[in-house]
Design a protein around this ligand. Structure first.
Ligand code: 6PG
Length: 242
């Protein structure tokens, strides 16, 4: 598992570098396999990267978008990761929504939504050897408590070895709403996983991650180890402590 760590002076340069890296990975995937399957991260950090990406790419016809986690709220909610991506990226970049596969948060329960999303992934991404869904890229954020996607410290979702997507109770950080999240089996099957980390508020947790302190049960981001893929950490100086 090659690990690359890239630090940029500030959030703007982080977003520009991340957008270029994503577009470059997309070009290779499209040349090799015809499509680029990317899972978007939630939270606030990626918004600038999505805007940069939207200003650089014009032909989205071979891109397919998914979400590495979702809050179990309506898309119209300000807490929806799908809603954030649509408002900050999909609409502005004029990406056809038929290329964007969100978690169906209209279903009765988060557990139903998780099961449904596994079917969506299998249908649109397909299965590779070993009967696993292998996304080309999964974008992830890092919470100040060490969570990533909606894999929160001490939660049962961290022990999941078979399922690709599961429901989870909320963690200690807001918003206090139920979640639907990728699991380690799905994340670690990806061709590339890229963390986007920005701001001094993430410096403390980054130092723990960098030192490998504790285990994935306390710092879930440590469990992201794509066995046959690349792991890229992109941080601005404030988060990295440069
Ligand atoms: C979510 C995200 C979550 C996020 C981190 C960092 O649904 O909230 O998936 O894992 O990436 O909490 O969030 P910020 O980028 O807002 O700091």
């Amino acid at each position: 598992m090659p690990v690359t760590r890239i630090t940029l002076p500030d959030a703007t340069e982080l977003a520009e570098a991340a957008a270029l890296h994503i577009a470059d990975s997309a070009g290779r995937a499209i040349n090799e396999r015809g499509l680029f399957h990317i899972a978007l991260a939630g939270g606030s950090t990626p918004e600038q990267t999505y805007r940069e990406l939207g200003s650089r790419v014009t032909d989205w016809s071979r891109w397919r978008f998914y979400f590495s986690d979702e809050r179990f709220v309506p898309y119209e909610s300000s807490e929806s990761n799908y809603g954030m991506a649509v408002r900050s990226f999909i609409e502005k970049a004029k990406i056809p929504t038929e290329y964007v596969f969100g978690v169906n948060t209209n279903l009765s329960t988060a557990a139903d939504a998780a099961e449904d999303y596994e079917i969506v992934l299998q249908k649109h991404v397909g299965l590779t050897e070993g009967d696993i869904v292998r996304l080309d890229m999964i974008l992830l954020g890092l919470g100040s408590d060490g969570h990533t996607a909606s894999l929160f410290p001490g939660m049962p979702s961290l022990q999941e070895k078979q399922r690709w997507v599961v429901a989870s109770a909320h963690g200690v950080l807001p918003p206090p709403v139920e979640r639907v999240t990728f699991t380690y089996p799905l994340i670690n099957a990806a061709r590339e996983v890229m963390f986007l980390v920005s701001g001094s508020g993430k410096h403390s947790v980054w130092k723990q991650i960098e030192a490998g302190e504790g285990g994935q049960n306390d710092l879930p981001a440590l469990g992201v180890q794509p066995a046959a893929g690349e792991l890229t950490w992109m941080l601005d100086y404030a988060a990295a402590g440069c």
